[in-house]
Design a protein around this ligand. Sequence first.
Ligand code: NAP
Length: 285
Amino acid sequence: MNAGFIGLGIMGAPMAANLLKAGFPLAVYNRTPSRCGPLQALGAVACETPAEVARRSDVVVTIVSETRDVEAVLFGPDGAAEGLRPGSVVIDMSTISPAATVEFAARLRAQGVDMLDAPVSGGESGAIEGRLSIMAGGPREAFDRCLPLFEAMGRKIVHTGGNGNGQRTKLVNQVVGSLNLLAVVEGVRMARAAGLDPNVTLEAVGGGAAGSWMWSNLGPKIFAGDFAPGFSIRLHQKDLRLAKESLEELGLDAPGTALLHRLFTEALDRGLGEQGNQGLFNLWS
Ligand code: NAP
């Protein structure tokens, strides 16, 4: 199976590397071409356009920033749609609007191409280690066909239903994860103010009912003052906007998500957008 990969950012680059390591012939495209270099060194063919990637591939993976960016790489000038053959599959692993996803899937289906929306969770470390959680929506048959690719990138791979359900599931993930991140930030602030030892606190709290991915992965970074991005505040604010919109469409009162959306928007306004999401801490520092 020839694979293609569009978007070699913090997540995309290691995910593409894992496809190469699993033996898939890989064509890659990145808007900033220099990011293709490390993948070429591992055996990937660098392409000048998404259309060229599609022409070389049976399955094309996209992982770019936002809804409009997925639309651009699929349907813009020289977009993948220009090179896709009937029978091929597009897997979008970005986190974007569920409604737009359903529309993109219909546009691709009209040209005989199946789409899977398969956003991920697990952060940069999960991408590097091939341990992502992958929540896929779309035709079951296409999901089954693409399973070997998913297995090269992730550990927990779940078919969540039709197109859009992958993104809807990811937004549930973001509501739960974001509220937990705020809890971690508040807990670290409290520990600091109380003069507690960081390592002792991390160990004690991490071993009990409050232990979590956020606590174990981002807690140590916050204590250490490491705000380099694994997942940027800019992209996290985008996810909270999508989650808030979905909750409103569902008619649900969601005070936690509303608060998180407001705090992340404030962080953006204060110029923290390119920090990692643990930089939420800096709203109070
Ligand atoms: P990132 O490091 O900022 O990378 C974004 C990638 O998208 C880059 O390759 C960028 O190209 C490309 N891109 C953006 N707009 C584009 C456009 N209009 N046309 C072509 N390429 C475009 O972001 P990331 O952290 O890898 O996140 C990517 C996606 O995964 C996002 O939807 C994010 O929400 C989701 N996600 C991230 C994490 C995480 O922990 N980081 C976890 C789960 C899900 P350039 O190199 O040219 O800028």
